[in-house]
Design a protein around this ligand. Structure first.
Ligand code: RAM
Length: 350
């Protein structure tokens, strides 16, 4: 499912995106001026193709990669890319960034939400001011955005997580979940479905606790240590966050639990490679974050240019990814989750 050449290029693009995003913020150019129409290049007549990406927080390689995909798309269609974001993934930390982008007159905002409700007023004010709002990765309530670009179905993600841990612990014993922030829309949806999948099909697996590392490396590391101390019988940990799984793997890899307590979840190949190679982790899943950002950018363009309104059945072209259709509740689906293991991890570089 991955285009290897493209994912390789994105690693280089990641640094470019960060540097460019920082430069735009520092010079106050993120919005492309009043309305930004002049900056839209040849991408659609008078359309304001100044598009700002707002991740849950900065400094997470997952979002570096997804936003580099967005930047690639925006360059293709002649818009202006910017990235801004808070240092902490807390419920309201994105509000001021949304307000600033709206004041600057961007044409579109692409947001991964830390909370389904907390940024809604700010997003709707931006929409009232003419900004198209697309959530990606982690949604808000559906009435605060025009579209949600979903990486994979929540059911598919939840099932892949439970299948992986169940294979790794022989379908029996205690497990825990190390999540991102407590309000994260995406992780909470996946966790709820994981609980349902456990109840329906895995009677011998007991979920003892879900803890929150806030998508912060040190907090996630400390929560892993605490879990292992609290539950001496623990057989496995699922961490459905790229920050959490990498921190948990780092803890396990030098501990007495390495190879004894299973760890799976959602991770990036580059962050997990050493832990797959040293035997701490056998398999984990993800989608292609660069494609997610790329698709979100093209969807935003289609909204800005009035090609779609976000109605079910609307369809649009997403460059090299081809044509996509809007489903129920304004959701566009990227594809299926993908499982990484020792046999294939060498093929990926993001
Ligand atoms: C982290 C973030 C993101 C999530 C991935 C799997 O990077 O929480 O929202 O989709 O993990």
């Amino acid at each position: 499912m991955f285009n290897h050449d493209r994912t390789r290029r994105h690693v280089g693009a990641t640094f470019t995106a960060l540097a460019l995003g920082a430069a735009l913020v520092l010079t106050g150019c993120a919005a492309g001026g009043n309305g930004g129409g002049d900056d839209a290049g040849d991408g659609g007549g008078d359309a304001n193709l100044a598009i700002t990406f707002l991740p849950k927080n900065l400094g997470n390689p997952y979002f570096d990669t997804s936003n580099a995909g967005g930047e690639e798309a925006i360059e293709e269609f002649g818009g202006t890319f910017a990235e801004v974001g808070p240092s902490e993934a807390s419920p309201t930390s994105q509000v001021t960034f949304i307000q600033t982008a709206a004041q600057q007159g961007v044409g579109g905002l692409v947001v991964s939400a830390n909370d389904p409700e907390a940024i809604c007023d700010a997003l709707n004010e931006a929409r009232d001011a003419g900004v198209k709002v697309v959530t990606f990765d982690s949604d808000t309530n559906a009435d605060c955005r025009d579209l949600f670009i979903n990486q994979a179905t929540a059911e598919g993600i939840a099932k892949s997580q439970i299948d992986l841990i169940s294979e790794q612990i022989g379908d029996a014993g205690q497990i825990a979940i190390l999540s991102a922030s407590a309000n994260a829309t995406n992780q909470n949806a996946w966790i709820k479905l994981m609980e349902e999948e456990l109840a329906a099909n895995h009677p011998n697996i007991e979920l003892v606790e879900t803890v929150y590392g806030d998508d912060d490396d040190q907090t996630s590391f400390d929560k892993t240590a605490a879990l292992l101390q609290t539950y001496p019988e623990l057989k496995g940990i699922i961490s459905p966050t790229t920050v959490g799984i990498a921190a948990a793997a780092r803890y396990l890899s030098t501990s007495e639990y390495k190879g004894k307590v299973a760890l799976t979840g959602l991770g990036t190949p580059n962050q997990m490679r050493e832990y797959v190679e040293d035997g701490t982790v056998t398999a984990f899943a993800l989608w292609n974050p660069a494609d997610l950002g790329y698709l979100a950018a093209y969807a935003t363009k289609a909204l800005i240019e009035g090609e779609i309104t976000g109605e079910e059945g609307d369809s649009f072209e997403a460059g090299k990814l081809g044509e996509y259709e809007v489903g129920a509740d304004g959701v566009v689906l990227l594809g299926d989750p993908f499982v990484f293991n020792a046999d294939n991890i060498g093929d990926f570089d993001f």
